[in-house]
Design a protein around this ligand. Structure first.
Ligand code: ADP
Ligand code: MG
Length: 360
């Protein structure tokens, strides 16, 4: 395995908060970062050594970027596969384009998990209203219909509660290909982030519990309050997927816990919002772990230092920043975004959960 020493330059596709926090972690270990972004005021551009501004389909710009970095990674799994394949002609990209091919499509993603013998919600591919009618018949109501590509924060989804919703749901997605999923009456949503190096060494962060508001992650509770057997299932699922995908870097796996069983919901081959707690709450953050994994360094300790809650500061919620600075045990992170639009992730705060500490 090739080791990329401190002093090398890591290229990052995307200029948002995930790239920003990766660049900060890289800097701490003595690496330079070069951001490929669309605009100079994006969160990561504000703090990185170098940047290339360009679109994700501008192959000339991507080649120029590749010449100036030693390795590349990304913060957005929807970077076009062709762009990453173009980059790979010059330098390695973690994750590689073949992984993006799978994780950019919800049907391929869930199909891949099934091929590995892992459980997912029941699902069917849907390419017409007739397909959808058949899928609803087979799955039973309620059904969640999702675009196969480019959905995030609950966007590109429609719930079907009654048969009369079918036509409207199909039209609302404005797509030619969707996935119809059985609605899972889950007890909890959890996620596991695994790091893997090129030589196959892996290390997982513990499962955490994710609570959503209007389709957007609101809070992550660390560690997830689940029985040991469920925790082991969750870690087994995440490490199996990471290994079988031959991912180098990070793989985040979102899962449902239902009646003591784990079902795979979604994959992200990059740092994940549910791992932000690790900056303040673990010896090694997910961002540092990503740098360690792709550069072939020893993987760090992932154990939580204390129970904690990560709260996203979405839209106007970031206006309360002074309150968090005044709160003992709270660690505030702001991403440097100008407009606090509704639904926009402006920052997060990790709060030490002293009540849990006393109880355990
Ligand atoms: N099959 C399902 N059954 C029940 N709830 C679901 C199902 N699929 C998604 N959800 C809910 O919707 C949220 C967003 O869906 P997800 O598939 O994770 O898409 P994304 O995060 O990309 O928007 C999930 O975190 C979960 O709360
Ligand atoms: Mg999700």
């Amino acid at each position: 395995m090739k080791i990329l020493p401190p002093g090398s330059t890591i290229g990052i596709f995307g200029g948002g908060q995930l790239a920003r926090m990766t660049a900060l972690a890289a800097a701490r270990l003595g690496y330079k970062t070069h951001i490929y972004a669309q605009a100079p005021d994006e969160p990561a551009c504000q703090i990185a050594a170098c940047r290339t501004l360009g679109a994700f389909d501008d192959m000339d710009k991507i080649s120029q970027f590749a010449e100036r970095v030693d390795i590349a990674t990304l913060e957005w799994e929807n970077v076009p596969v062709a762009a990453v394949a173009g980059l790979e002609k010059h330098i390695p990209c973690c994750p590689k384009s073949s992984i993006l091919h799978v994780t950019q499509n919800r049907l391929l993603e869930k199909g891949f998990a099934r091929e590995q013998g892992l459980a997912t919600p029941e699902f069917h591919a849907v390419r017409s209203p007739d397909d959808l009618r058949q899928a609803v018949e087979r799955l039973g109501l309620p059904v969640i219909l999702k675009t196969t590509r480019l959905g995030y924060d609950g966007k590109g989804q429609a719930a079907i509660r009654e048969e009369k919703d079918i036509e409207k749901a199909w039209k609302s997605l404005k797509t030619g290909e969707a996935i119809a999923e059985a609605f899972v009456p889950f007890q909890k949503e959890v996620s596991v982030i695994v790091a893997r190096r090129a030589d196959g060494q892996m290390r997982a962060f513990p499962p955490v519990e994710n609570r959503h508001q209007r389709g957007i992650l609101d809070e992550t509770h660390v560690p997830a309050a689940i029985p040991d057997a469920v925790r082991d299932q969750a870690i087994h699922m995440a490490t199996t997927l990471c290994e079988k995908l031959e991912a180098v870097g990070l793989l985040a796996v979102e899962m449902f816990v239902v009646e003591g069983q784990i079902l795979m919901n979604e994959l992200a081959p990059r740092p994940h919002n549910s791992g932000h707690w690790s900056i303040d709450g673990a010896a090694t953050s997910q961002f540092e772990q990503l740098v360690r994994a792709i550069c072939g360094l020893p993987l760090g300790d992932t154990r939580p230092l204390f129970p904690c809650i990560m709260k996203n500061l979405i839209g106007d919620a970031a206006r309360d920043w002074q309150d968090y600075l005044n709160m003992p045990g709270a660690h505030l992170h702001l991403y440097g975004k100008k407009d606090a639009r509704p639904g926009r992730k402006m920052g997060h705060v990790t709060i030490r959960n002293r009540r849990e500490e006393m109880e355990s």
